[in-house]
Design a protein around this ligand. Sequence first.
Ligand SMILES: NC(=O)c1ccc[n+]([C@@H]2O[C@H](COP(=O)([O-])OP(=O)(O)OC[C@H]3O[C@@H](n4cnc5c(N)ncnc54)[C@H](O)[C@@H]3O)[C@@H](O)[C@H]2O)c1
Length: 383
Amino acid sequence: MRPRINFGIIGLGLMGKEFASAISRWCHLLDEAPIPVLKGICDTNKSSWNWYTDNFPEIIISTSDYNEILESDEIDAVYCAIPHHLHEGIYIDTIRSKKHLLGEKPFGIDKKANENILQVARANPDIIVRCSSQFPYFPACQRLIKWLREGRYGRIIEVRAGFHHASDMDLSKPINWKRIIKFNGEYGCMGDLGMHTLHIPLRMNWKPQNVFAVLQKIVETRPDGKGGTVPCETWDNAMITCKSIDPSTGKEFTLILETKRMAPGATNNWFIEIYGTEGSAIFNTHNPKAFKFLQTTGTEQGWNTIDTGSQSAIPTITGGIFEFGFSDAILQMVGAYMQEFNINGSNHPFKNVMLEETYQSHCIMTAALESHKTGKRIDISTA
Ligand SMILES: NC(=O)c1ccc[n+]([C@@H]2O[C@H](COP(=O)([O-])OP(=O)(O)OC[C@H]3O[C@@H](n4cnc5c(N)ncnc54)[C@H](O)[C@@H]3O)[C@@H](O)[C@H]2O)c1
């Protein structure tokens, strides 16, 4: 019988449900890694419990106190999807309780909180601690990453990595914790979306040497949901340019990071564009099958598009020509996490976000705040 890892979920909102749904269809993956089983749920809002208890008969703990999850001998690992101001305390308590942790970004509300989490994680190396980031698991994006590893872009000229949202374009949308600094953090849109844009650049070791940022607050107030209006405090859009070095050539290139909550027409568009002297490629969830590429062989070049199917890093039961979507990317991401248990010698080709990568993302976002405030380019080459 395949080993099982019993999970608790802390934070049963949007992402808690995605995680639970993904592990409920584990049979989808053709993989030998352990099977995740949902045994415990925790949320201070008890009305969120029912969906879970209705759908997951193996749940034995439903609680509003996360310590009950952490103290239970029945739970091996925890997925935490809670507001950012709670990351530091709950992630640290989870690791200290010797539960494995798949946490959410930005992995601490600010750089200090991130450093405190990492200190405890490093003191507990037997505990698997990773940060969530699902978009690189789209098959077309895996193709773009494969090209990177094969050096098919030549010398990199420029990389643009971004995440564009448009739900905030609806100015009648009431405020929520993601638009309040106390809960979301000073980073605003960068804290929400930045780790997603940095997963591939940091994995490629394109560590930025310096950061120049322009941040925008566009929406000044929002309905409070009770008939009134409240200030909307957080940064809506951020444009960051960095000087990076590609370690495979030792050459500099420009890395542009875009995190926008006010991007007209963009539903949930995560993208990465790589421009090189020998090849270029684009992946954008706007057209999630498409691997767009060109190869530079002379003065004229043309873009080609391959429609990828569902050929994911972890094989699945889905036919190779069928479509891949958001919930499949979450399943693949959790699949990569489960392979970390290494029970059958598995070694995923693109692991979840590592601790050091969360720290690097905080260095970049903290420098971006300083850059915007001072109008200067901030050196982070020694960070
Ligand atoms: N990977 C992604 O694509 C993605 C998308 C959205 C959000 N996120 C991240 O996921 C995390 C959660 O975001 P969300 O959109 O699911 O938020 P959400 O508001 O939908 O859910 C958060 C839940 O946490 C609960 N909660 C608050 N305090 C708690 C406590 N002390 N103990 C237990 N539960 C508590 C809330 O009641 C709520 O149900 C954040 O870190 C966010 O940045 C990731």
